[in-house]
Ligand binder design. Structure first.
Ligand code: ATP
Ligand code: MG
Length: 321
């Protein structure tokens, strides 16, 4: 049994003039798994994907897809991968079905097989009803689905998706996630870039976080969350007038207390359930009514924002407002 990685980035570098957009990125993706490549705008996600899919030549380093080197065997790489770019590339003037037929033709799929494949893909991606309408009349979600369908025509074992759900409403997004899970269950290896932490949390087995072209964190969603540290205790008091007293009680745990006056909410780092029960007892003794008390675990958002420093900026904005 082969355990060779389905995708491998080996010290990839891309230099645009003075700008080192990708600065030594390495990772591997085992077959049949999902890697989430996360990062803020301009982090280097698209540039990395372009190098890995033969669209752009690395300044140095290389990548392997399905065992083929992007420098030495670009044709074999292309034959084994599908790509859905950040911007939809389907032809606006053609219908959904015509788009699939055109690309299928380019891949040299026989007419009879192609007719069956068209129906399958249109069905699978829920565009059958709109199959014979020009794409220019499609919604953003329908275009994204057609884009994905088109990238699957040649049933590639490796699929690259650059921000597949950007701009979709929550319902279309979760529909697309289901379709992607289905593909992975059938054995496809997926690399997706995203700015949505929830998307990575939902789909990815492993996450690579990049910023300014470098990897700043790597691990499973759970590992990254654990890395963000302890949970916090969140108390919502019933009456705003109780906030100062409640603040003093929470501070007894030794933690710094953050107060959100508008939401009547207090937040403090906590060691877990022990801290929570102690604070609940004190609140009761002091006859402070609470609407809610609970522990909140760090989300992947907390991890990402603290890693990239964007949270600090946001707080500064709030403080300055
Ligand atoms: N063709 C190019 N020529 C010059 N600079 C480029 C080129 N493509 C990208 N860059 C620069 O490289 C850096 C990384 O861009 P990239 O598009 O890879 O980021 P990204 O992570 O995909 O961002 P986004 O989330 O906005 O899509 C940016 O500073 C960008 O301006
Ligand atoms: Mg991009």
């Amino acid at each position: 049994m082969s355990t060779a990685p389905a995708i491998e980035a080996i010290d990839l570098v891309k230099q645009f003039g003075e700008n080192r957009a990708v600065d030594g990125v390495s990772f591997t993706v085992p077959p049949g798994s999902v890697l989430g490549l996360l990062g803020p705008n301009g982090a280097g996600k698209t540039t990395t994907v372009r190098m890995m899919t033969t669209l752009s030549e690395p300044t140095s380093g290389t990548a392997r897809v399905a065992g083929y080197d992007v420098r030495d065997e670009p044709d074999m790489v292309r034959r084994n991968m599908g790509l859905t770019g950040q911007v939809a590339t389907v032809d606006e003037l053609l219908t959904g079905r015509e788009n699939i037929r055109m690309i299928g033709g380019l891949y040299g799929i026989r007419r009879k097989d192609l007719a069956r494949l068209e129906d399958e893909l249109l069905q699978q991606f829920a565009i059958a009803d709109a199959a014979d309408r020009p794409v220019r009349s499609y919604s953003g979600g329908m275009r994204r689905r057609l884009d994905l369908a088109v990238s699957l025509i040649a049933s590639p074992p490796v699929l690259f998706l650059d921000e597949p759900t950007t701009g979709l409403d929550p319902r279309s997004r979760s529909d697309l996630w289901d379709m992607l899970r289905h593909l992975v269950a059938q054995g496809t290896t997926l690399l997706l870039t995203t700015q949505y932490l929830e998307e990575a949390d939902q789909l990815a087995d492993d996450i690579v976080v990049i910023d300014h072209g470098r990897i700043i964190a790597q691990g499973t969603p759970l590992q990254l969350k654990e890395q963000a540290g302890n949970s916090s205790l969140v108390v919502t008091v019933s009456r705003a007038t109780d906030l100062p007293a409640a603040r003093e009680l929470l501070a007894r745990t030794g933690a710094e207390v953050h107060v959100d006056v508008g939401a009547r909410k207090l937040t403090a780092a906590a060691d877990g359930i022990a801290d929570m029960t102690r604070v609940a007892g004190w609140l009761q003794e002091s006859a402070i009514e609470v609407d809610d008390i609970g522990l909140s675990r760090p989300s992947l958002d907390d991890v990402f924002l603290s890693l990239t420093g964007h949270r600090a900026e946001q707080q500064a904005e709030v403080a300055g407002a």
